[in-house]
Design a protein around this ligand. Structure first.
Ligand code: SAM
Length: 455
């Protein structure tokens, strides 16, 4: 059962018969979809294609993702299909403004946990650009960082800040995605709590919060930059009315987006800006709303925030050579140290990462490689999951399904399979983590906080 005021509010957006169809769809099971990682899976991925996302696939049923080692290797991300549309908007908008081939782009995903849009944007942006994935709630920022490490591209900086903290980064980002916290009407069939917590008052509070978030962040978008706004709710208060408010408050311009009518997405315009609605009775996905706009071009004042403190220190050449051996293309990387931890960054992005880590509360960035002991690198887990780990960095041990699950549970592995020292554990070709053999013993280095529960 849905709250009565919610069913009534649907009359504002749909004819009565269609509102009934929508309610019926919201009682039906959700489709299952995943988005695969093209940096880790080069073969054609199984499943039926999600029309608006070339890496999206619908699955016939929901498998146990937890028991699938490929899931833990970052080969795919479980993401509902409608929200993958942000990738289409990003690509279309960048092509429209002629910046789809640019390098050095700064993309901010402001409300990023658990990381669906972040991993999508990081994939589409490419390695020569950087995605700042921010999440205001600390525990959720930690989950976001886990998912970023698992995805393993090395072009993401995870931060844990309130939107207001970005005030020091004026006109800094080329793209800002605001996937706003909302009343969640579009998730009613997946998330029963969203149904229980829904009220007209909560819709109003959500809309106010969304406006606060948008006004906090608007100054950080470069003139000429792109704003992607989305919610997973149907009401106009949090969707179109916020877009109209934005146009009223700030200098916004429309961006044209091409759409195949067969996809079933409802496209409209609000205050001249393209908007997109996903209704579960029309598309195979959850309820979703998205809009894309352009900050009117003006003079970009290149302002770099004042550094507060220096955290990252470039690694001296001899040490960088040792660490570089673990990377497929060290010539494209820059290595820096924060305390004992050594991180790898794509060369072009290092100066940006340095500025960001001096202005924001950074939880994770680049690729955590490990620490140096006696001139040797002790590798950390994120390095194993980095997509461009050097193939000869350590001997590999390939495990079958059951043994791979044992490894992920941090259980023992047959020591005779291992060579002395550090070994890379793979499931098929997909790296899962490290294990160290010391004589007749093996030290399973899989992080204990990530281990899967024993059934
Ligand atoms: N983009 C995410 C994804 O694709 O996986 C989902 C984001 S979810 C819709 C909205 C996020 O906004 C939540 O993680 C929530 O913690 C965060 N949030 C809550 N209050 C916020 C606020 N006042 N400012 C910014 N973010 C907030």
């Amino acid at each position: 059962m849905f709250p009565i005021e919610f069913t009534r509010s649907l009359q504002e957006i749909l004819p009565a018969s269609e509102a009934e169809e929508l309610c019926a769809a919201l009682e039906a099971p959700s489709p299952v979809s995943v988005r695969y990682n093209p940096y880790k899976i080069t073969d054609e991925a199984p499943g039926r294609a999600v029309p608006w996302c070339r890496y999206g696939r619908y699955l016939k049923e929901r498998p146990s993702f937890t028991l699938d080692p490929a899931f833990h290797s970052g080969a795919y991300y479980v993401q509902e299909a409608s929200s993958m549309f942000i990738g289409h908007l990003y690509e279309q908008a960048m092509a429209r403004i002629g910046r789809n081939r640019d390098a050095g782009l700064r993309i901010l995903d402001l409300c990023a946990a658990p990381g669906g849009k972040t991993t999508l944007l990081a994939t589409l942006a490419g390695l020569e650009n950087i995605v700042v994935a921010n999440e205001v709630i600390r525990a959720r920022a930690m989950t976001l960082a886990d998912n970023v490490r698992k995805w393993g591209l090395g072009n993401v900086v995870v931060t844990n800040n309130d939107p207001a903290h970005f005030a020091g980064l004026q006109e800094y980002f080329d793209v800002i995605a605001v996937d706003a916290p909302c009343s969640g009407e579009g998730m009613f069939r997946k998330d029963l709590q969203a149904r229980e917590q829904w009220s007209p008052e909560n819709v109003r509070l959500c809309a106010q919060r969304q406006r606060r978030i948008l006004s906090d962040i608007w100054g950080s978008l470069k003139p000429g930059g792109i704003l992607l706004y989305s919610t997973c709710t149907f009401n106009r208060t949090e969707d179109e009315e916020n877009i109209a408010w934005l146009v009223d408050q700030y200098d916004c311009e429309p961006i044209e987006v091409e759409l195949d009518p067969a996809w079933g997405i409802v496209r409209s315009e609000e205050a001249g800006i393209c908007t997109f609605r996903f209704y579960p009775h029309r598309v195979e996905g959850e309820g979703f709303f998205a809009a894309v706009l352009h900050k009117a071009d003006g003079k970009v004042r290149l302002r770099t925030p004042k550094p507060r403190r220096t955290i990252l220190v470039p690694l001296p050449r001899p040490a960088a050579t040792v660490v570089g051996r673990w990377f497929g293309q060290p010539e494209h990387m820059c290595f820096a140290q924060a305390g004992d931890n050594i991180y790898g960054y794509y060369g072009e992005s290092y100066p940006m990462v340095k500025v960001l880590s001096e202005s924001l509360s950074v939880v994770y960035s680049g690729v955590l490689a490990g620490q140096l002991f006696g001139g040797k690198l002790r590798p950390e887990h994120p390095l194993a999951l980095f997509h461009d780990l050097a193939s000869d960095s350590a001997p590999s041990v390939r495990l079958g399904l059951e043994e791979a699950r044992q490894y992920l549970r941090k259980q023992e592995i047959d020591v005779s399979l291992l060579q002395e020292g550090i070994n890379l554990v793979r499931y098929g070709e997909l790296p899962l983590g490290w294990i160290k053999r010391i004589g007749h013993r093996a030290n399973n280095m899989y992080p204990k906080e990530l281990r899967i529960a024993t059934l």
